[in-house]
Design a protein around this ligand. Structure first.
Ligand SMILES: [Zn+2]
Length: 312
């Protein structure tokens, strides 16, 4: 999906999703509504007097199996797949209404969101998108887990991710390198589903951590491979980690201009990087890309763009 010449975007029509939360098993109906330029992603609990929680780093709550937001003890859980789809498809502004505490897991991937955005259409807004351009390396290391973000060299631009994982059999080592500017998110990353090991299932169920998990919303792994195959990609696992990472780093509140490298990381490491970045104001600057640098493939003619920019 073209990024419409670096202008902000929202969805062209409301969208509705229904399902259960992966962790809570709670039934939930979620509505995505178009939002004005500059408003960002804002969650709204319709079951709690429309209490609002913006999707930004200072609202990140305890993080274990999923990423959650909390403000004044109101929780919104498992935000990462939706936020990933929004960043991946360059949707900047949307209100997310839900009537329970956890987002629906759907099929365990971000594909249902991408398909819905394509159905509804994506609308360009009259405001330049601001990027978080990385100026110096910021790294978080914990044992053999690692995540870092780096500035681009002069000629590079955009948002790229390299991810390496090393899980027990049957996954083993996988590596993925993704350039979000290539606009292939919808086909290369969004379809990758979440996963878990059959051997861990009973323990996690007993702990109440996967009340909504089923063979319809997660790849279940036995010793020899997936028990509910086939996989959508041979390296679906590392692609899903990239999907999660994009969703978690969305909590910086801005799209990143830089290169992210992750090794054996997870939600806790991803959100630790968000906190570290937001604290270190010298590590990045806010920037918008000039109209001259936009690509004509966006379908927005330069004359039209110039006219649109006058409205900012
Ligand atoms: Zn995930």
């Amino acid at each position: 999906m073209p990024q419409r010449a670096h202008l902000e975007q929202t969805i062209a029509a409301p969208l509705e999703f229904a399902g259960v939360g992966l962790h809570s098993g709670a039934p939930v109906t979620m509505r995505l509504l178009p939002a004005p330029a500059g408003s960002g992603i804002v969650f709204r609990r319709t079951d709690l007097d429309n209490f609002e929680i913006p999707a930004i780093g200072r609202n990140v709550a305890r993080v274990s199996y999923a990423t959650s937001l909390m403000r004044q003890s109101v929780l919104i859980s498992t935000t990462e797949h939706l936020l990933s789809a929004l960043i991946g498809m360059a949707v900047d502004n949307v209100i997310v209404e839900l009537d329970n505490l956890e987002l629906p897991i759907l099929d365990g991937s971000a594909l249902p969101y991408v398909e819905a955005f394509e159905r509804a259409g994506i609308k360009t807004q009259r405001r330049r998108r601001e990027y978080m351009r990385i100026l110096k390396p910021v790294e978080v290391r914990e044992g053999d887990k690692f995540i870092g973000v780096y500035p681009h060299s002069d000629k590079d631009e955009g948002y790229s991710i390299e991810y390496a994982i090393d899980f027990p059999v049957p996954i083993g080592k996988q590596y993925a390198s993704v350039d979000l500017a290539a606009e292939t998110y919808g086909v290369t990353i969004a379809p990758a589903r979440t996963f878990g090991y059959k051997a861990d299932e009973q323990k996690l169920r007993n702990m109440g951590l996967i009340r909504g998990a089923s063979e319809e919303n997660a790849i279940v792994l036995g010793d020899q491979g997936p028990l509910n195959g086939p996989l959508r990609f041979p390296d679906e696992f590392v692609r899903h980690k990239v999907l999660d990472l994009i969703g978690d780093l969305a909590l910086t509140g801005r799209r990143i201009e830089g290169r992210v490298v992750a090794e054996r990381a997870g939600h806790a490491m991803h959100t630790a990087l968000v906190s570290r970045l937001l604290k270190d104001r010298s590590a990045w600057e806010m920037t918008s890309v000039s109209a001259e640098k936009t690509h004509t493939q966006s379908g927005v003619k330069h004359a039209g763009l110039a006219a649109a920019l006058q409205g900012i």
